[in-house]
Design a protein around this ligand. Structure first.
Ligand code: HEC
Ligand code: HEC
Ligand code: HEC
Ligand code: HEC
Ligand code: HEC
Ligand code: HEC
Length: 356
């Protein structure tokens, strides 16, 4: 007790001293006190989100239903897998020719992939489906279901599930441009590959006013396919129920087998097989004849290479260049009128008339 009093006195003395302006040294830090008793229990937290990676989700796709195996088996017989052009992997080409380049281009909204794709893959499940984004059935959603901008005319098209296709199956903008139908005078082309790049099917199907073709003359309209099939377009015919195992249809994306036999399963809603066979034969024969007539005129002018469907660089009239563009457009479409018979027919008739 006496010692405690002594210390209190000493402390007051030291405090008094410091008030007198003579500061002492700071003393050493005291020892830490004991831990106090535990506090009261807090209120319960919010419920967590449902887990996404439950194995039962995996099994819906990876179970023993052979779902993925079946689609892979078909896809293996597709030109997307077999075509071999996935090694076109520089940024300008990779946006359509490689899986990674496509997803990159779609993410940035540009016309090209941002860079060369180092380990290029052909178009595969991951290109078209949102695989392993949520690990649920929603991952079958297409990677590009939004309406698509047609680059040539800067217009928007909506073909349902076929939006996935026309992102790539549309032409790039040619370096030498496309003449306007109201332009006159001379037009110079510098490339031996003037015209739309392969993959003109999307724009041919869409047709009048949006295709970017040289619509010279009058009388343009679209085949009823363009409106009647607008919901699913390409998918209706090219992904129709399978034919002969995996020869055509489904995830082969083929309308024709390796041997050239057509799969009419997608036509059944509107044409009997017999009718479809007849109209395809007739339409293709008619369009081929007209194409040959136009080719003859273009060779005569000197703008079409006599040995191949290539252009001869040079200066021509605007009309000659426009009609040449139409020729290559119809050749590149490859369907010889099936995609859009009326539009193809009028483009050919009017181009032939303009050059005669
Ligand atoms: C919507 C269907 C779907 C779901 C759900 C799904 N996967 Fe997949 N998975 C696929 C597809 C499609 C492929 C690609 C198949 C191919 O190209 O060989 C794949 C490929 C794989 C591969 C092979 C390696 C790879 O990445 O290509 C593994 C491993 C895998 N999945 C594991 C899982 C696991 C684990 C889950 C659950 C957490 C799961 N998957 C959920 C569809 C699915
Ligand atoms: C990522 C771009 C891309 C998408 C998406 C795409 N394609 Fe293709 N498609 C191509 C390319 C590139 C080729 C040529 C591949 C090759 O030859 O290596 C091709 C080839 C084809 C062929 C074979 C062409 C031939 O000359 O024999 C058909 C048919 C086809 N695609 C239909 C479709 C359909 C239908 C869809 C939509 C369901 C679709 N494609 C989606 C880029 C694409
Ligand atoms: C807008 C998408 C797109 C871009 C960009 C693109 N291609 Fe293609 N390409 C296609 C499609 C679609 C096909 C298949 C169409 C068909 O068979 O009718 C194709 C087909 C090809 C073919 C096969 C043609 C044949 O006759 O078998 C070659 C070669 C090719 N492209 C080279 C290139 C090169 C080189 C580049 C870059 C300079 C390029 N492509 C850029 C869409 C594209
Ligand atoms: C070129 C684009 C493309 C590629 C590549 C592709 N698919 Fe598809 N897939 C589609 C389209 C488009 C549909 C919708 C078809 C329809 O509307 O009938 C579809 C439908 C499906 C369905 C049915 C989905 C559902 O909602 O029930 C499955 C399963 C499927 N694909 C699996 C695969 C697998 C596995 C691969 C890889 C081997 C693959 N796909 C590659 C475009 C593609
Ligand atoms: C009404 C049915 C139908 C629709 C819709 C359709 N196609 Fe075709 N497509 C055909 C037929 C038929 C051919 C010619 C096949 C032949 O003569 O070998 C063809 C040819 C093609 C070719 C040339 C390679 C081949 O398989 O012969 C490509 C590539 C192609 N179509 C892509 C597309 C794309 C992309 C779309 C959507 C914009 C589309 N098609 C819409 C029926 C259709
Ligand atoms: C949703 C209905 C529908 C489907 C599916 C359909 N077509 Fe058509 N198609 C029509 C109608 C209607 C016409 C004729 C009207 C018009 O365009 O003048 C037509 C016209 C055509 C023509 C052009 C005839 C001409 O020279 O003017 C061809 C060729 C053709 N169809 C082939 C096919 C093939 C092949 C398939 C399947 C791979 C198919 N169609 C699927 C409705 C359809």
């Amino acid at each position: 007790m006496k010692i405690k009093v002594f210390f209190i006195l000493l402390l007051s003395f030291v405090t008094a001293l410091s008030f007198m302006g003579c500061e002492g040294e700071v003393g050493p830090q005291g020892i830490q006190g004991e831990t106090g008793p535990p506090g009261p229990t807090g209120s319960s937290g919010n419920d967590g989100e449902d887990g996404q990676n439950g194995a039962e989700n995996c099994l819906e796709c990876h179970g023993n239903n052979q779902l993925i195996t079946a689609k892979i088996f078909q896809w293996e017989n597709s030109i997307h897998n077999l075509g071999g052009t996935y090694e076109r992997n520089i940024s300008r080409c990779a946006g359509c020719h490689t899986s990674q380049g496509f997803l990159d281009r779609i993410a940035t909204g540009g016309m090209e992939a941002s860079e060369t794709v180092a380990e290029p893959l052909p178009i595969n499940c991951y290109t078209c489906h949102s695989i392993h984004q949520t690990y649920t059935q929603e991952d079958w959603a297409l990677t590009q279901s939004d309406p698509v901008t047609i680059w040539l005319t800067d217009q928007t098209a909506d073909l349902g599930n076929a939006n996935q296709c026309i992102n790539c199956h549309q032409p790039r903008i040619p370096g030498d441009g496309i003449p306007a139908t109201d332009a006159t005078g001379d037009y110079t082309i510098t490339s031996t590959r003037y015209g739309p790049h392969h993959g003109a099917q999307g724009t041919m199907f869409l047709g009048q006013g949006i295709a970017g073709a040289y619509e010279i003359g009058e009388g343009y309209s679209n085949s009823l396919h363009t409106t009647l099939l607008a919901d699913n377009a390409c998918v209706t015919c090219h992904m129709a129920p399978l034919m002969d195992g995996r020869a055509a249809g489904g995830h082969t994306f083929r309308i024709a087998t390796e041997e050239g036999d057509l799969n009419f399963n997608g036509c059944a809603e509107c044409h009997t097989e017999e009718e479809a066979e007849t109209i395809v034969t007739n339409t293709q024969a008619e369009i081929s004849t007209k194409l040959e007539t136009l080719a003859g005129l273009l060779r005569g002018i000197g703008i079409l290479n006599p040995d191949a469907d290539r252009s001869v660089p040079g200066t021509y009239t605007t009309v000659q260049v426009g009609c040449y563009y139409n020729y290559i457009f119809i050749v590149e479409d490859q369907s010889l009128g099936v995609h859009n018979a009326k539009y193809t027919r009028t483009l050919l008739d009017n181009s032939i008339a303009a050059l005669q």
